[in-house]
Ligand binder design. Structure first.
Ligand code: P6P
Length: 341
């Protein structure tokens, strides 16, 4: 295992050596990700001083109001990643279709899907935000299409996020566990501070937006009511609730001390014909890989997230992920509810 204080580059090289595969291309690719995250960390940290707060006066493909920083973050990431010759194309929450690598740059074998600034509504109130990314392979020699991004989450070769909060932290997995790096602004390096992150199987904390409780389906209603009853109900302990308003903030807390994060299917989403709120390719899949690699579970309530065969670039799915015991309990409640129908 790499030692505390190792830089991200040293860590990737050491991991490659340990897994007996040359990581040259991968090292360069993750270094580009790190460079983009450093740039974004600076912009987020300066906030209004950089003149990057507030609405951009337009909507993204999701129909969501874009913040200035949503657009800037998307541009910073693309500019940092497109020249490496390692990517074949980029897909982003902020772009309707994939972004092909311009002909003036060589085309590589990896696909990057990312959410440039998750939780951007927190920006104007100095709350936690982050960038979430997912990397898959593109082995076909032809120019990629949107369809090439439609790979199940179990095909990801790397997943991670950069959390912009009291510290900026890059948390990644390449399929061999989860490691966390803290940005040392004095040297401009991500330094290994969390070498082997594990999600505790048990927890006394759950995360869900309780303002939607009137729309919840029976399994989630039952689960949350039992948590709220604490030791006065069937649970063996009392529970706390936390909701960061940014998946990256909630998932980081869960990776650090356990918990369960839920953005489940509910009656309002069903009535609107939606499959969920959160996006599969660049939110649920990368976070699901991190959670599973750290020993947790990532589920929709009816299936494992990483087994879903995507059908569209901005596909949405229900999300229930975190401490294994709690996710298993919610899934069991879904199974019991289905058996009654
Ligand atoms: P709500 C941020 O917009 C996001 O996509 C996730 O990061 C976050 O967990 C969720 O939506 C917050 O949704 O409905 O509570 O505003």
């Amino acid at each position: 295992m790499s030692e505390l204080g190792t830089t991200l580059t040293q860590y990737i090289i050491e991991q490659g050596r340990a897994q007996n595969n040359s990581r040259g291309a991968f090292t360069a690719l993750l270094n580009d990700v790190a460079t983009a995250c450093k740039r974004l960390s600076n912009l987020v940290r300066l906030g209004e001083l950089a003149g990057v707060l507030g609405a951009a006066g337009q909507e993204n493909v999701q129909g969501e109001e874009q913040k200035k920083l949503d657009i800037i973050a998307n541009e910073v990431f693309i500019e940092s990643m497109e020249r490496s010759g390692l990517l074949a194309a980029i897909a982003s929450e902020e772009m309707d279709e994939h972004y092909p690598i311009p002909g003036r740059y060589p085309r590589g074998d990896y696909l990057l899907a990312f959410d440039p600034l998750d939780g951007s509504s927190n920006i104007d109130v100095n709350g936690a935000t982050g960038t979430i990314f997912s990397i898959t392979r593109h082995t076909d020699s032809s120019a990629p299409t949107d369809a090439d991004f439609l790979q199940a989450g179990n095909k990801q070769v790397c997943a991670g996020y950069c959390l912009y909060s009291s510290a900026s932290m890059l948390v990644i997995t390449t399929g061999h566990g989860v490691a966390g790096f803290t940005l040392d602004n004095s040297v401009g390096e991500f330094i290994l501070t969390h070498p082997d992150i594990k999600v505790p199987k048990e927890t006394s904390e759950y995360a869900i937006n309780s303002s939607y409780s009137r729309h919840w389906l029976a399994p989630e209603k039952r689960y949350v009511e039992e948590c709220n009853a604490g030791v006065d109900g069937p649970r063996e302990r009392n529970f706390n609730m936390r909701w960061a308003g940014a998946m990256v903030g909630d998932i980081h807390r869960i990776l650090c001390r356990g918990g369960i994060f839920m953005y489940p299917m509910d009656a309002k989403l069903e009535a609107a014909g939606k499959e969920g709120k959160l996006r599969l390719l660049y939110e649920a899949n990368p976070m699901g890989m991190l959670i599973e690699q750290a020993g947790g579970l990532a589920h929709t309530g009816t299936q494992r997230i990483l087994d879903i065969e995507p059908t569209s670039l901005h596909q949405r799915v229900p999300v229930i992920m975190g401490s294994a015991d709690e996710v298993e309990r919610v899934v069991r409640y879904h199974e019991e509810a289905s058996a009654k129908q």
